[in-house]
Write a protein that binds this ligand. Sequence first.
Ligand SMILES: [Zn+2]
Length: 281
Amino acid sequence: MATFNFDEYQKQQAARKAASQNANQGERKPVHFMSEFLSKDGDQVVVRFPYSTLSDLSFETGHKVVGVFPGDKFGKFVRCTGDDKCPLCNSQNADQKKKITRFFAKMVVYNPVASGVELCATVWDRPAMFADSDLKSLMTEYPDLTKYLFKITRTGNGKDTKYAILPVNMQSPVYSNDVYKKDFSCLEGIDATRILSKTVEQYQQALNPTAEKVETAPVQEAESTPAKTESVADVMAQYNTPNSPFTTEGVEMVNGEPEVKVVPQVQPVETTSGGTKRYKF
Ligand SMILES: [Zn+2]
């Protein structure tokens, strides 16, 4: 191994950092978070999902880690390696050891601006049920979701927050194809999972920040703290679902009705989520 002095070492580190930043600049695209659009009671967004079939929906298994990543109050999802090398599967901490499943949704949000609408690549961290029940139910009626526009409406605040997804009337001139284009180009190269969760390597780096940084592909950082306009209760509300693994300040979140209601509704059916009633077409 070559021997080099401390100055040389520092130069190498600086060069490596610059190269990494350049790579990041090249790849970085603007990514929005759902909290920007649905920050308060009554907020609505029109979206288009890039999911054509059920096989487009993929889940992530991982572990919730609290108090390790800087600036993170509510915990971060660290992806499980899926083998016996996963340090979190081997954790002594029962909460960390527990495996949880999330769905990291992505969609195009049609954000109204003075000149019309702006197409925004948007990611949303959801309980697995969002895909397994809500999107799946939508696909029963609308098999290829990419062809349709949906409106997501937030009602309530704090732990009473719910989100409803309704198809929009695409016959209405308001939703003309010219304005609400079917165009997913803003989502190209966007990996919601990488944005909204961490790798085991990043977890280990956060545990031991003075160690040499693990070289990983550039990752766009998810927002780690709630926006100023959002109360803590609002942020907590994002995790207020029966499937949610998230707790805050040591208090288990209240189990309630799943947040998202899908319409049209025909008849109530039992779900697998502990006896709560849900609606299906
Ligand atoms: Zn694991």
